[in-house]
Design a protein around this ligand. Sequence first.
Ligand code: SD4
Length: 337
Amino acid sequence: MTERREVLRALILAGSAALSPRPADAGVRPTRPRRPRVLSTWDFGIAANHAAWERLNAGGTVLDAAETGARIPEADLANHSVGKGGYPDRDGIVTLDASIMDGDGRCGAVAGMEDIAHPISVARRVMEKTPHVLLVGAGARQFAIEQGFAPENLLTAEAEAAWREWRKTSRYEPVINRENVDYRQSLPGGKDNHDTIGLLVVDAQGRLAGACTTSGMAWKRHGRVGDSPVIGAGLYVDNAVGAATSTGVGEEVIRTAGSFLVVELMRQGRSPQRACEEAVRRIVRRHPDGAKTLQVGFLALGRDGEVGAYAIQPGFTYAVCDEEKQDRLVSAPSFHR
Ligand code: SD4
C-alpha cells in the first residue's frame, strides 16, 4: 500500500515538473565534461589557434586568447583578407572590420577603420575603455590613435598590384571561397588566401569568448561594412550556451542575424552542428536559385566544447586546437555538394 502511494507520488511529481514553466535556458542540452578548445575559420586558423592556445595555457583569459589568436592573421602580410596586406576597396583604400565578445555579453567592434594594423585590439579597447560597442571610420581611427596605436599604410605593394589588375575590368563579383579568384590566382600565394578569421575559445570552466577580423570583401564599395564587426551577425557569444562566428558574404549573414541565430538555436536545444545547419538553410531558403553562387560558413562552439560547422558550398575549412591535437584542419560539411 505504502509502496503504491510512493509510486503515485513520484508520478504526480514527475507530471508537475513537466508542466512547470520552463526556465529561460531550459532547452540547453545537458553539458558534457568541459574541455578547453580553440576553433577558427579557414586554413590560416591553425597558426591563430596555436597563439590563442598558448595564451590560454599561460594563464590568459578567454578574451586574451581570442585577441592574441586574431592578431596572427592580422599581422600576416601574405594574408589578403585580414589586417595589413588585406585587399583594398574599389578606391584602393584598405578598411578593416573587427569585433570581440565574451560570454558575459561584453563586446566591442570597429568598422571601416583605416591605417591601424590590429583592429581586433582596437575593438577590445572600445569594449573596455568606452561605454560604446561600435566605432566606425574616422572616429575609430581617431580613438585608436588616442589609445596609442600607431597609424601606418596598410596597402602593401602586392595588394596594390592586385587592385590595379582588378581595375582593368572593375568587375565586382564575389567568388565562392575566394573573392575575385582570377586576380588572386595571378598572384604568388594568392590561391590559399581565404576570407575572414572568426575564432572561438572555451576554457576549462566553460567560459567563452570570440573574435572576428577582416578586410572585408575585396574591391567592395568604399564605406561598405560586412557582418564581421556586427555583433550578432559575424560573432555572438553567451556563456550560458555557446558561441558562433561566420565567414562568407556578410550581407547574407547580417540579413539573418546569423551568429545570434546559431546561438539561439543552441539555446533551444540544437547541437552546435544542427544549429549551423539550420542557419545555413535559412539563407539558402531566401534564394530562389538555392544560393548556388554564394558562400557562407558558420562555426559554433558549445560551452562544453562541442563543435559545429556548416557552409552553403564545399570548401569551407576550420582549424581545431585542444589538448589532444593542436593543429587539426577539418573540412566542414556543406548544403551543396
Ligand atoms: C565580409 N564576411 O566582410 C566578411 C568577409 C568574408 O568571404 O568572410 N569574406 O562580408
